[in-house]
Design a protein around this ligand. Sequence first.
Ligand SMILES: [Zn+2]
Length: 186
Amino acid sequence: MKKAKKFSRKLTSPIWEYFAISEEDESKAKCKLCTTEISRGGDKVANFTTTNLKKHLEDRHKEKFAEFEKKIEKIDEEKKSGSNVDNPLLITDFYHSEKTIDFSHPMAKKITTAIAFMISADCQPISIVENDGFRYLLNLLEPRYVLPTRQTFSEKIIPSLYSNIKNHLKKTIKESNAYCSFTTDI
Ligand SMILES: [Zn+2]
């Protein structure tokens, strides 16, 4: 684990099952099968590719290369069928953007009000803001948005939405000199 920390780039390709970065020179990779050191394609991190490593595996270790190709195929298939990262059922940890927008940001305000409206208009329980599916949807649409807590919704946001609507209705009724009649089902 000590070695991995040294390098900022994550080695995600399955090719790294057959190679390790040289401890003396990070521009070189050492073949785990025959210990040959191979250039990673340049001196700078930006120039590093896995081309030479794949070529070495193909030339020297044909069986392992076939195994590697199968792994790549499998990854591609998973990507295509969406059975990997795109499946919300498999996502346990949501992606959190490092940049979040403040609750006072106009976009955040709009979203918060829309959620409060949805809860009220659709008679949803406030606990919906803690539901994984709902949170996943929000995160997908606006990863920078930080969802207020259930308590904030119940104690502040929804009451203030109600009082805004009440005031608006009062004003509308006052301004229109018409008679109003209300009906209720009890
Ligand atoms: Zn080798």
